[in-house]
Write a protein that binds this ligand. Structure first.
Ligand code: NAD
Length: 338
């Protein structure tokens, strides 16, 4: 039985705690938040000990695994502390704001022989799996062009209610690093090749009380010739479905929120919709990609079996590199070549 601790008892906490609760090979033993009321409420609900300083919870005598569910700028700091003290880490996306911090933690995890996982739960959606399987089996051929769009609504109040969102130092960006990171990760994973060139434009068009991007647009070219175009904004009037479209050698694939459809050039069609896992996440929000439990299950098994988790820190460096490149290109106006 793995002993588990969670640092950060905010919005995403319930996805992690409920997942841990449902999995047989793990037991939540402690939760931590600097906001005492949040730590106390979470501890009471799960009947575990509350901590207010992560350094007291993250101790290999107390826990085998820590879930890092805090503001972005703290991800690499708390992950590094845990890895250096011999505790396995599963961290919410993004693994860091800066590439150098992400690389450092991948190195430490490897040196220490610890499992370092990063949450990108949308890779576990039934829709994503169907498309990835069709690509991996060769049935769709390789991706020639991909595009993804995100039009969501995060009004000024979304930022005014948070003490870290909307700031360069604590969130590290806006719509790209926080929301579009999932669809960019999926598209990048579907294409599955090395990035050659990144061009991006960023803007804050509609928000008055925050400083980061609410709009991002760009074009990525891969070494195998594939291209990815994206457009993301969180100043739209509602949360419309995220859409990813792939034009491939042997057909086209479309993913729109919870539905996916592949039309092969030979006329055959494959489609699927997201199925519920039947788990109720009390107090949870309806995140696109309700698949934390599938990723956390794989991660716990990876710790037990001493193998790499499906989305390891090393694997997550691929989307980290892309997100960092989008910000560098967007801020400097330069095309980045790799
Ligand atoms: N995978 C997803 O789809 C998804 C969805 C939502 C959020 N997230 C990620 O989860 C993370 C947390 O987001 P959230 O919406 O829960 O934020 P939040 O602000 O609701 O919660 C963060 C919590 O961390 C606590 N905290 C801050 N500093 C701390 C410290 N030093 N030690 C202990 N606790 C500390 C805060 O008090 C707060 O309760 C972010 O990285 C976010 O990107 C992921």
């Amino acid at each position: 039985m793995l002993k588990v601790g969670i640092v950060g008892c905010g919005n995403i906490f319930t996805m992690h705690a409920t997942s841990c609760d449902h999995l047989e090979n793990a037991q939540l033993v402690g939760v931590c938040d600097i906001k005492k009321d949040r730590a106390d409420a979470a501890a009471k609900k799960y009947n575990v000990k509350a901590y207010y300083d992560y350094k007291e919870l993250i101790d290999p005598e107390k826990i085998d695994v820590v879930h890092v569910c805090v503001p972005h700028y703290l991800h690499p700091i708390i992950s590094k502390f845990a890895l250096e003290h011999g505790v396995n880490v599963i961290c919410e996306k993004p693994m860091a704001i800066e590439m150098k911090d992400a690389l450092e933690n991948v190195r430490i995890a490897e040196e220490k022989g610890l499992k370092y996982g990063i949450i990108f739960q949308c890779r576990y959606n039934d829709t994503s799996r169907m498309i990835k399987d069709a690509l991996d089996s060769g049935k769709l051929g390789k991706v020639i062009s991909a595009r993804c769009t995100l039009t969501w609504c995060k009004p000024d109040s979304y930022y005014s209610l948070s003490d870290w969102k909307g700031t360069w130092d604590k969130e590290g960006g806006g719509v790209i690093i926080d929301q579009a990171i999932h669809s960019l990760d999926l598209a990048n994973w579907f294409i599955g090749d090395e990035i050659e060139e990144v061009q991006a434009h960023l803007a804050n068009r509609a928000h008055t009380i925050m400083e980061v991007d609410d709009t991002g647009e760009g074009y990525i070219r891969y070494k195998n010739g594939a291209t990815l175009s994206f457009w993301a904004m969180n100043n739209y009037g509602c949360d419309d479905p995220i859409e990813i479209r792939l034009y491939c050698e042997k057909g086209k694939a479309v993913m729109s929120y919870d539905d996916a459809r592949i039309e092969f050039n030979d006329g055959t069609v494959l489609s699927t919709s997201q199925q519920s896992d039947g788990i109720y996440y009390e107090g949870g929000k309806d995140y696109w990609g309700f698949r934390h439990i599938r990723q956390i299950e794989d991660y716990y098994k990876a710790v037990e079996e001493d193998r790499e988790p499906f989305i390891s820190g090393k694997e997550a460096l691929k989307i980290q590199k892309l997100v960092c490149a989008i910000y560098e290109s967007g801020k400097t106006g330069k095309t980045l070549k790799f």
